[in-house]
Design a protein around this ligand. Structure first.
Ligand SMILES: NC(=O)c1ccc[n+]([C@@H]2O[C@H](COP(=O)([O-])OP(=O)(O)OC[C@H]3O[C@@H](n4cnc5c(N)ncnc54)[C@H](OP(=O)(O)O)[C@@H]3O)[C@@H](O)[C@H]2O)c1
Length: 410
């Protein structure tokens, strides 16, 4: 018999309890193990008094520590007190499973070291990509092949909003409201729409796949709040979609990581991932690209990832291997040449196209929209991000344009 304690009984916690109830007998038949819930920790115990499992509920963490549970599952969220609870569970030699990407992105290396010290496991599959078993795959199956880059659509909320803007011609505000009504966005969606949630997941994936410490502050983050209907119209005209892409690239001399809206071909692997779905692609030495896709969040997918983490502990009864982490130099721009969609605006006088073109290599530019003389859109090929950034800033300094945005084309 394996006994687990739940810290939190919200969307994910209630899903974990249900999935354990539903599957524990079949797990018993397959693996000779029965999974039992010892306690459930909540903040407001009154709220749960009609729950049929109420006798398991407590609002005291001491009850969890003093119970005979083997595994503590943290699904409360936030950094504090989750961080302190996980630390004391590990020190009490209990295995820990968490879905908390904020915590793992911030304190993952320290907690993994602690798990190692006390010879217990810390699993966090549900913190990235919901039902997609990407973390275990990286840890166990891909260890022999260095990973050159990891790319993903890692946030279901923003992907849902972008799909609505694209498919139903909704404004950003209306698409956000739709996502909130459908339960895909929180009432305060800032962590999702500003790109921080995806950045935390990218930091976790980079840490695992490249053994490199990537702090969220070193990721170039641009969310989706500045996208408008015209960006979508231009994308459609060109046969592209706009996706919030998270990418970390392992160059020889530095690591570059970003979360930003990117133009992707509508029929490409990324273009086909719509609504609340997530995808992760890894480019491996000697093997090439590998893709994983599935539902990125929600009660069942997240609970299923946690159940996988429980079985992983039951089957392997292993400790965590701490990768030899390397500190890296961060480069702030993508290296090499890329294609871009550029939008330049002038708030005062109309844009002087001739002046703009003087700064670019004409052969590489194709004007896509200039119906409004204050708003110019063009594609430009084979130019480095560094150079593009410099030119745009020169145009701004010379007052030829006032504002700009540019999107990488993948
Ligand atoms: N929701 C998703 O789809 C999803 C997907 C992937 C990962 N995650 C991660 O999973 C975690 C949980 O998310 P959720 O959506 O299930 O959250 P939620 O619905 O807000 O539930 C949080 C639960 O934790 C309890 N709790 C919060 N603070 C507590 C404290 N200080 N002491 C004791 N109990 C406390 C709450 O107690 P009360 O019931 O008494 O309020 C509640 O039961 C988060 O880290 C989140 O990022 C969520």
């Amino acid at each position: 018999m394996t006994s687990v304690a739940l810290l939190g009984y919200g969307t994910v916690g209630s899903g974990v309890l249900e999935i354990i109830e539903k599957n524990s007998r079949s797990t018993l038949q397959t693996y000779d193990e029965f999974i039992n819930i010892s306690n459930v920790l909540v903040r407001n115990i009154e709220k749960h008094q009609n729950n049929k499992h109420f006798k398991l509920f407590t609002d005291s963490y001491e009850d969890i520590l003093s119970s005979n549970c083997d595994i503590v599952i943290e699904v409360m969220g936030g950094i504090h007190p989750a961080y302190d609870y996980i630390k004391s569970a590990l020190q009490a030699r209990k295995h820990v499973i968490t879905a908390n990407k904020d915590l793992i992105a911030e304190h993952g290396d320290e907690l993994i070291a602690l798990a190692n010290k006390f010879h217990v496991t810390l699993n966090y599959e549900a913190s990235v990509g919901g039902s997609i078993p990407v973390i275990r795959t990286i840890k166990e199956s891909l260890a022999a092949h260095p990973i050159k880059s990891v790319t993903g659509i890692l946030n279901g909320t923003t992907n849902y909003i972008l799909s609505k803007m694209y498919n139903e011609n909704l404004s950003y505000d209306n698409a956000l409201k739709d996502a909130q009504d459908a339960g895909f966005a929180e009432s305060d969606p800032s962590s999702d729409v500003l790109g921080f949630d995806a950045a935390r997941k990218l930091a976790i994936l980079t840490y695992l796949s490249m053994n490199k410490v990537l702090k969220v502050k070193d990721i170039l983050i641009d969310g989706i709040t500045n996208l408008d209907e015209k960006d979508m119209i231009i994308a459609k005209q060109l046969g592209y979609k706009i996706k919030l892409i998270s990418k970390a690239i392992n160059y020889d001399h530095c690591l570059h990581a970003f979360v930003k809206p990117v133009y992707v071909r509508s029929n490409s692997m990324y273009g086909l991932i719509d609504n609340e779905y997530n995808t992760v692609a890894m480019d491996l030495e000697d093997i090439g690209e590998m893709h994983f896709s599935g539902k990125g969040a929600g009660k069942e997918p997240t609970a299923s990832a946690i159940y996988g983490d429980i079985l992983d502990i039951l089957l392997n009864d292993k400790k965590v291997i701490t990768p030899k982490l390397k500190q890296v130099k961060i480069c702030h721009y993508a290296q090499g040449q890329h294609d871009w969609l550029v939008r330049l605006y002038s708030l005062n006088q109309p844009i002087n196209l001739e002046k703009v073109l003087k700064f670019f290599n004409h052969g590489n530019i194709e004007i896509k929209d200039f119906a409004d003389s204050h708003d110019l859109s063009f594609t430009i090929t084979d130019i480095s991000e560094n150079k593009l950034f410099d030119i745009i800033h020169k145009l701004q300094d010379l007052n030829v344009i006032s504002v700009s945005k540019y999107f990488m084309i993948l």
